[in-house]
Ligand binder design. Structure first.
Ligand SMILES: C[S@@+](CC[C@H](N)C(=O)[O-])C[C@H]1O[C@@H](n2cnc3c(N)ncnc32)[C@H](O)[C@@H]1O
Length: 214
């Protein structure tokens, strides 16, 4: 049984609106995201020319990427309040902010250089995870990245008093096990105490045969 509708409804509803309202776009938060993306893109000779964030919320990653790359930025976000803030933040054209979910991305096959999530795969119900990743893999022309909560084995944890909305696992292993064409470019851990980020484990993958960075 899929929980996707529950899961997306949760983010489209009051919980998602409150999350967008309390999300922190302070200078410190943006500096942390900028450092995060400098590190994650560091192995690449050329940064991606186009980037899609799935589940962008108010666009902290989009703002950081706008500051350090010239990529054509796109965002998919189911929450209306978050989309409103993101559309007016100036990091990307308002028409590049679209209503949608990971399960159905309104983009052509291999049309975006890098597709990524940050704190979003953790919120997709286990039964829906593979279809969502297939869709991101379909749209990616070259790179896939994610920064998520790690646990060696899949485990559900309570999320702000709610059950059924947060799961941790080895998302890097999930990508590699299900998509054999993905090659590991780099991975790492952002420790909350040192980075101001949220104890995120990250991976950057490249589709095999797309490896000329020059
Ligand atoms: C914890 S926030 C992370 C926001 C942002 N990626 C960041 O790093 O700041 C999770 C976001 O994912 C969105 N989301 C939840 N389920 C989704 C789904 N199935 N597809 C796409 N986005 C989703 C939520 O609306 C919310 O904006």
């Amino acid at each position: 049984m899929t929980r996707e509708n529950d899961q997306v409804a949760f983010w489209r509803g009051e919980f998602g609106d409150d999350y967008a309202d309390r999300n922190d776009a302070s200078a410190d938060a943006l500096a942390s995201r900028t450092a995060m993306w400098r590190r994650m893109l560091d192995p690449l000779v050329e940064p991606p020319r186009s980037i899609l964030e799935v589940g962008a919320n108010i666009g902290l990653n989009m703002r950081a990427l706008a500051a350090i790359t010239r990529a054509d930025l796109h965002a998919v976000e189911p929450g209306a309040k978050a989309r409103e803030i993101l559309s007016s933040c100036g990091a990307l054209p308002a028409e590049h902010v679209v209503d949608g979910t990971a399960a159905a991305l309104p983009f052509d096959d291999a049309s975006i250089d890098m597709v990524f999530t940050s704190g979003v795969l953790i919120h997709i119900a286990p039964d829906d995870l593979l279809p969502a990743c297939r869709e991101m893999h379909r749209v990616s022309g070259r790179y896939i990245a994610c920064a998520e909560y790690f646990n060696p084995v899949p485990v559900e944890i309570e999320y702000r008093g709610h059950t059924g909305f947060l799961w941790k696992r080895d998302f890097g292993g999930f990508w590699m096990d299900n998509f054999p064409d993905l090659e590991l470019v780099d991975y790492g851990f952002f420790w909350k105490r040192a980075t101001g980020l949220d104890d995120l484990t990250w991976w950057l993958f490249r589709k095999a045969g797309t490896d000329s960075d020059a």
